[in-house]
Design a protein around this ligand. Structure first.
Ligand code: SAM
Length: 283
């Protein structure tokens, strides 16, 4: 079937993903990126940045839950959490479900992402007024460089792809600053693209850079994400001075909040590695 102009398509490197749209709700060029919002026929509201799908109503819960709960239930006592990027506030909402978190600071370079999310994805922003939430609009690279050494328990990097303002968020220099900002037992989680498409180009180099920056253990998580290229996504976890042991598995079993995707069985299975992925990442 030929696609007419009622479809949004993300097309990159010989692969296209298309969503049929009812209407374009918003478009603007910010100093950092072009943001578009659409109402789609089957996935609800869609946010696009620079032509790439960021989130849809229908499937964002998988990504946001997997960016937050595995790392928070792997760290022994995550009190001070920093989210770099994540301007749609979905990861912030998940992080604040953890009562042991005393402060969650979200640092997105582009305030317009958050303002548009408040308007078009209000359910993702429902915890923005939580007294533990701090919303800053600044470059995450600068924020981490200036952070007090040892002051952060968990850093979650919920960024756009490694181009434009997010490019430096995938560098060894940035990971060194993260390592310094983290306290004992500190952990980092970063969205790391598709196991099928980006293991050689992004995920393996990310593992190498994190180890070069000093992280002792690095682990790949994978999960479905049907509106991202290949429909399959990953997050990379790194631990400052312990092995990534998922040691709070029991707490995951007894989590005091609702989720739609994540549970204790997913927690246990999230690090299970398909064979090609295991070979490329762990030899
Ligand atoms: N889930 C999405 C994905 O994987 O495509 C990411 C969503 S979130 C909207 C990405 C955010 O990263 C954007 O709001 C963007 O402004 C932010 N960002 C990009 N580079 C950044 C930087 N250097 N510092 C802080 N935020 C940054």
């Amino acid at each position: 079937m030929a696609l007419d102009n009622h479809w949004f398509s993300e097309a990159d490197k010989g692969l296209a993903l298309s969503l049929r749209i009812r209407e374009k709700l918003h478009e603007e060029q910010t100093p950092f990126q072009k943001i578009e919002i659409y109402e789609t026929e089957t996935f609800g509201t869609l946010m696009v940045i620079d032509g790439f799908v960021m989130l849809t109503d229908r499937d964002n819960f998988i990504y946001h839950e997997m960016m937050s709960h595995p790392v928070l239930y792997a760290h022994a006592d995550p009190k001070n959490v920093v989210i770099i990027g994540g301007g749609d506030c979905g990861t912030l909402r998940e992080v604040l479900k953890h009562p042991e978190v005393k402060q969650a600071t979200q640092v997105d370079i582009d305030e317009r992402v958050t303002r548009l999310s408040e308007k078009y994805f209000p359910e993702l922003c429902e915890s923005n007024d939580d007294p533990r939430a701090r919303l800053l609009f600044d470059d995450g690279i600068r924020f981490v460089k200036d952070a007090e050494p040892g002051s952060v328990d968990v850093i979650i990097i919920d960024s756009t792809d490694p181009i434009g303002p997010a490019e430096g968020l995938f560098s060894t220099a940035f990971y060194r600053d993260c390592f310094r900002a983290l306290g004992p037992g500190g952990m980092l989680a970063q969205q790391s693209e598709s196991p099928l498409l980006h293991t050689d180009s992004i995920i393996r180099p990310m593992h190498d850079s994190l180890r070069t920056a000093g992280f002792l253990d690095v682990l790949a998580l994978n999960f479905p994400q049907c509106t991202y290229p290949s429909g399959w996504w990953s997050a990379t976890l790194a631990c400052k001075d312990n092995t990534v042991s998922f040691r709070r598995e029991q707490q995951a079993e007894e989590k005091p909040f609702e989720t739609l995707y994540y549970n204790a069985a997913i927690h246990r299975a999230a690090g299970a590695c398909p064979e090609f992925f295991r070979r490329k990442l762990y030899g």
